[in-house]
Design a protein around this ligand. Sequence first.
Ligand SMILES: O=C(O)c1ccc(O)c(O)c1
Ligand SMILES: [Mg+2]
Length: 607
Amino acid sequence: MRKSIATVSLSGPLAGKLTAAADAGFDGVEIFEPDLLSSPLAPEEIRARAADLGLGIDLFQPFRDFEAVPDDVLGGNLRRAEHKFAVMERLGADLLLVCSNVSPAAIADDLLAAEQLRLLAGRAAGHGIRVAYEALAWGRQVGDYRHAWRIVELADHPALGLCLDSFHILSRGSDPAGIEEIPAEKIFFLQLADAPHLSMDVLQWSRHYRCFPGQGAFDVAGLVGHVLRAGYRGPLSLEVFNDVFRQADAGRTARDAMRSLVALEESVSERLGPRAAGLVPPPAPVVPTGFAFAELATPDTGRLSGLLTALGFARTGGHPTKPVELWEQEQARILLNTGDPASATGPALAAVGLETPDPAGAVKRAESLLAPVLPRRRGPREAPLDAIAAPDGTELFFCRTARPDHPSWTDDFTEVPSDPVPSAGITHIDHVALTQPWHYFDEASLFYRSVLGLRPDESLELADPYGLLRSRAVADPDGSVRIALNVAYVGSQPGAPQIPWQHVALGSRDIVATARRLRAVGDLLLPIPANYYDDLEARHDLGDERHRTLRELGLLYDRDDHGEFLHLYTRTTGHVFFEIVQRVGGYRGYGAVNAPIRLAAQHAGSN
Ligand SMILES: O=C(O)c1ccc(O)c(O)c1
Ligand SMILES: [Mg+2]
């Protein structure tokens, strides 16, 4: 389907917005009038610029407070309309969005509204222009799409139709099924936005918190399904008012926007059948089945090799041509890379290897969702290793480890002789946690969900001693791949503590034994205050002996309806630390209740 975006969704001056939309592959734009008014370009120049970029100007918006006004106001409104028509002719735009009147002067009289809109449509038609009437959720008299439709029906003019906007419909809890009763030729335009569930004034919610479909809590795909069943075949147009996107890079936001529409088309086609309404779903996701490795970029191996040895890892391989070491313990594999510029400020998590049943298919899926595919870093006799860049720059490699049907990346490493290291009971990588730059957070959750087919959990807000940490995890259905995305709100004030921390959580089969071993080796673990254990005893009755063990070893505890979770943390090295976890039963979370304790301990340790 044709894909458009309202210029209000992107940051910066109008010319840059057009370039960003075109580069991301959009077919058209809605020109948001304030963007035009603040542009040094004449409408004719904007028209030419858009045409050069292959963009249509699908809509001009918004025209406000027009309908259901007293007679003495109508003349002035028609005069304003003539100005808009003139600008639109210069722009080459033939669809004007009129949003429902929000002025206290608007009269509760549908016949009057219809009569005045009919008059407007007649004038518009004289310029070859059509009018799309949109119910704003906070409209003074008209706030619901069914009400707007009754007025359009009453007006009965071929140049007057509806603009449907998913935000206004879904924020009010209106049933979108009623859209199917509207004749297709009367739905002139479809605007799409998602939003998180928030309990607040709907105007503020709309103007500040809209996000791209798939990033919020609305069933936008369900709504689009109804619109397509009604017979609408016009553009899917994103109209997102969002404070964060307004400050982010326009090119990046436009790609995020396009990714959301491609994923939306997929969700809609799953509901309506694959070839319905000219939908073109991307290749199916290839969901990863586990972690192949975590790669730490580090200026030297000294600091980390001591820690890895204490954690029970053995250095098993070296790369013949790159400064990379392979460390293993059962299915947990860590690469230490001393040749990566990312390590300049200390060890950092630079890459994650994901086990996948079909590496080539995973790359095709990623490309169709505008994920940057990285050039292959492959030596002459090395296994193919495809990788993409996640929004925060972390490289994601698609791997098949030691399978007969595919060369294994581990074969590229030369075995190195090493003394046997006593196992610490670590079996695999349970999850990785990636701290995102704050303005990429929604982009990141959509990225992992759409590109990798992982399922997002609820978004959580966790207290940090210096602010709030937002956290959202994505995982595959059986929990073999879990990625916790965090965003730190701290650090906005100069000199405030920063937490650019990434971590690798290692699964242990017996965390008490692992903890005892780590304590015996040295002072490697994050100390947990006694107050935590006093409170834990009040919250959970685990028996005296268990409480004593948790306290003695500095273990943190959580439980959910499915099981229990025990975990501990190493001190931070550079930008990374390790967590050791044991899931007992089917515990699904990440110990979020304990995050404030952990964050406070980390801040105390870094002072
Ligand atoms: O917030 C507004 O004023 C506004 C304007 C135009 C729209 O299409 C819309 O959905 C909201
Ligand atoms: Mg709208």
